[in-house]
Ligand binder design. Structure first.
Ligand code: PBG
Length: 327
């Protein structure tokens, strides 16, 4: 035994695929993945989203089929975004019982039963003609408290249509409390709230705005979404949402905010959710298309990293593919 050789050899446990699999600290479980899906009113066939290769705006029928495939693959949940034909200043389509998202929620609730958790994104930007997440004052600012009344009504409509979880993403102050009160008042005490608690004003949402047709017509969302410079503020938002009755909290985007995911995971005792957003998807797909990156490895690595940072549940557009073990 000569002193120049190392005693500790971490490489011993990295030697074979079986050893590496045995000692892996983090694994991807399809049951912890949620698939975001878009359903568009008034189209006859699914429409590809150019900036998100592989993602489409669904018809009601194609949505049913794709949701069924996701559930069959073992994906734990689906989160639905509606794209209405007609938009207006107050986003009337959002809480219309016959609006596209409510119709699609009813379809999914009857098709899927308990095979996957049905969630609804709760916001106004897909439904307003100005593309902002709230109702505007005469001078063009977002009216926080009037918006809360709209969110309350949307929550009720989504719960009536069969959503098991509503997920407010508009970053209005007091939104979780307003929604909890509305749900309880309407007899939906068992409908859960997933707060988009720490949602940043991010360039990574770019492709989503094509998918949901919701780019703001003026200004941006920096007056309500969080500044990427801030971390402590994320914890403040998370604790406010928990005080207001959130059942789960979200950090969004995911990949560039792994530090926030970790801090939130260490600070709370509810499920922590991360949203791997459209820009994160588009970057890997685009680089892979050019042959600059190994697509499947990059997808796996990105999702493992989000999980390793502390996310219990991850929203990802690759959910079905990953659940099928294809990457
Ligand atoms: C707002 C909402 C957005 C996303 C989810 N919910 C867009 C935004 O805030 O601008 C983005 C999701 C993504 O980029 O994948 N309803």
């Amino acid at each position: 035994m000569s002193a120049q050789f190392p005693v500790a050899r971490p490489r011993r446990l990295r030697r074979t695929p079986a050893l590496r699999a045995l000692v892996a600290e983090t694994r991807l479980d399809p049951a912890g993945l949620v698939l975001p899906m878009f359903v568009k009113e008034g189209i006859a066939a699914p429409l590809p989203v150019a900036s998100m290769p592989g993602v489409v705006q669904h018809t009601r029928d194609s949505l049913r089929k794709a949701a069924h495939e996701a559930a069959e693959a073992g994906v734990g949940g689906i989160i639905l975004f509606g794209v209405p034909e007609v938009k207006d200043g107050v986003g009337s389509g959002a809480d219309d019982p016959d609006g596209i998202v409510q119709l699609a929620l009813r379809d999914l609730a009857s098709d899927l039963g308990d095979a996957a958790v049905i969630m609804a994104d709760l916001c106004l930007d897909e439904y307003t003609d100005h593309g902002h997440c709230g109702v505007l004052t005469a001078s063009g600012e977002i009216d926080n408290d009037v918006t809360l009344e709209r969110y309350a009504s949307i929550a009720e409509a989504q719960a009536d249509a069969g959503a098991a979880v509503v997920a407010p993403s508009g970053m209005m102050d007091g939104q979780v409390a307003a929604i909890r009160a509305a749900l309880d008042g309407a007899g939906h005490k068992d409908v859960a709230i997933l707060g988009y608690s720490a949602k940043y004003a991010s360039a990574y949402y770019g492709p989503f705005r094509e998918a949901a047709e919701c780019a703001p017509q003026f200004g941006d969302r920096s007056a309500y979404q969080q500044d990427p410079a801030n971390a402590d503020e994320a914890l403040r938002e998370v604790f406010l949402d928990l005080d207001e009755g959130a059942d789960m909290v979200m950090v969004k985007p995911a990949g560039a905010y792994l530090d926030i995911i970790r801090r939130v995971r260490d600070a709370v005792d509810v499920p922590v959710v991360a949203y791997q957003v459209s820009g994160e998807y588009a970057m890997i797909e685009a680089a892979a298309e050019k042959g600059w990156i190994d697509r499947d490895r990059a997808i796996t690595e990105s999702l493992l990293s989000i999980r390793r940072a502390g996310a219990d549940i991850t929203l990802t557009y690759w959910a079905t593919e990953v659940a099928r073990g294809l990457v």
